[in-house]
Design a binder for this molecule. Sequence first.
Ligand code: GLC
Length: 728
Amino acid sequence: MPHGKSDHVHQKVDSLLALMTLKEKLGQLNHLKGNYSTDIYEQNVDLNKAIADGEVGALTPFTTMDNLIRWQKIATEESRLGIPLFYAADVVHGYKTIFPVPIGQAASWDMEAIELSERIAATEMASAGLNWTFAPMLDVTRDPRWGRVMEGPGEDPFLAGEIAKARVRGFQGDDLGAENTVLACAKHFVAYGAPEGGRDYNTVEVSQRTLREVYLPPFQEAVEEGVATVMNGFNTLNSIPASANSFLLRDILKGEWGFAGFTVSDANSFYELIPHGVAADRREAALKCIQAGSDTDLWSQVYIDHLEQLVSSGAVDPKLVDDAVRRVLKYKYELGLFEDPFRYLDSARMTKTLMQPAFLEAARDLARKSLVLLKNEQKLLPLDNQSRKIALIGPLAHSRQYRDLMGNWKAAGDMNDVVTIYEGLVKRVGKENVYLAQGCEAFGKCPTELTNQASAIARKADIVILAIGENGYSTGEGASKTNLSLPGNQEDLVEAISKTGKPVIALLFNGRPLIFHDLKRKVPAVLECWEPGTTAGDAVMDVVFGDYNPSGKLPITFPNDVGQIPIYHSQLNTGRPRSGPDDKRWGVSKWSDVPNEPLYPFGYGLSYTNFTYSKMQLSDSVISKADTLLVSVDTTNAGDYSGCEVVQLYIQDPVASVSRPVKALKAFDRVCLEKGKRQKVVFHISVDDLKYWDDKMNYKTDGGIFHVFVGSSSVDVSKMTFRLEDLQ
Ligand code: GLC
């Protein structure tokens, strides 16, 4: 924001604020639903009248452009001060052109592609009249029982932070006054991804050190990138609901970080202080939230209903309301809504903007990059174009229901636009060469007659492709599970198909890590496809047939057993570490009834080619705090396909004032090489990369020995050691 412009905006905000009644101020903090209503949030309001009375600041509408224009006309022509409305929506991974679910995007480790996806999402949603998205979701999580893994950045705070910056840049661009930029919203502040039991909306208890090391960093990156809004989580953090948690909102977000935007509650979460047991009624909920630093109210209406009396009775300082209103109005000016409240409301522009071929190509590119090759015995993949009969089997092979392949936050995405796996395959090999069988019903129920039908066509074919996993409603908000096996009895289908003796490729469609050791054992090739979005069939077949060499790396650990959760790469060493996977000694920290390793580790992903690492070097073995350590490694594409590799760098601080992770991701570089080519990858490590929250909660490093690991996953690494001295 150019300096002169921000002063000008502040003057305009102050002038307008001086004209506003208290009720009109509260109207700017009151966000209502447009036409779409969800069952648990009743809204008994005459919307047109509320807007005309200046009691609505934003709407979350999924509706026609005519309605958006009509409501904006009421706001700007019938209300006393004519303050325009925000129009907000959950555009989480695309608006009309749907990109892979965010956990899949995270598997691409491609920040440029992720930023482009949000640039496109912002362009499409702005053309449809929306100017504020409730995204990016930045909840780090180590618990795949939690259904919202699918919309987040995975288990690592560093990767999550890089994604946070890319998404905010994509949505907001460098000029909020442009026609194709929108307000972003970092959510859900904070640690909503760490609910006890992996049960959505449940209690969160984390130490301040864990909070600052794991859950806060991506939000801090988003704030430093200039994110306009932050949405609080539904959860209590150490027994205090996030909506009324002044430590989070005033001390950290607005205090330490200097956040200059505004907060928005998650849906109805101000009201939820009552069931949380920290407010006796809606009046007390309003009191606690405004005092804690919560600026605006999504759908609960406690602010518009109770703050006027609370301020006039002296219970709430009017300055708290003014501060919140200033934050809101600033962004209405910066979006250009006062200059032209209808600038986003142009049907003709929308029609020519949505689903442009270039947008679909970008979605297909990111979808390809999100796929993770987990297993490829006998180099079964990629398939060549030789003529063969292919049996395509599974409930996700040709599905247009339950938001399959698109994910639960599909915004305005149309299931009819999805390229199904079947359609993608037919485009490749011709209808006459594809035998299709569902094998199971939706939600994974596989009755015998369906598996028998599937087995019969498998026996007729030369090769089988399975399309199995979760359907669109099996993962996402409110979809917590204790059983992470393939839903239903899809393993029975896998068993039946593997008995035919045909070569089998399994395509997994899921929004969270699943547990599938039988599948892993029985099937020679497994490709993790997540929920790939509109271009699903095309992107998946680009990889299956080798047009694109898979380069994805897991952004979250896949457990071997649900009893292992939480299991993640950056765990502490404990006082009794195992010496390795085969350590059978009594008295070391291990489970006796399941393997102690994950099914697949963080950062893991295979390629059709073979990347080798050599010549790992450090620029010094001893550095001082002013130095930058150069860590270099040669990466060679030693195989038969060009491709991309995500070279990862982890650090361990083996002796510190508190116990430190055995590996902490500190850098990565996505390197693309023609076959036979080699590249020297150089990482720059500074003393800032070595700091941590010490035993006195100071953010610093105390020097000494450090181990640095470089490689193709969190377990397949080379290790070297250096020393940090001279901290004075
Ligand atoms: C939902 C989600 C939040 C979303 C909001 C509005 O319950 O928790 O991510 O932005 O409500 O739809």
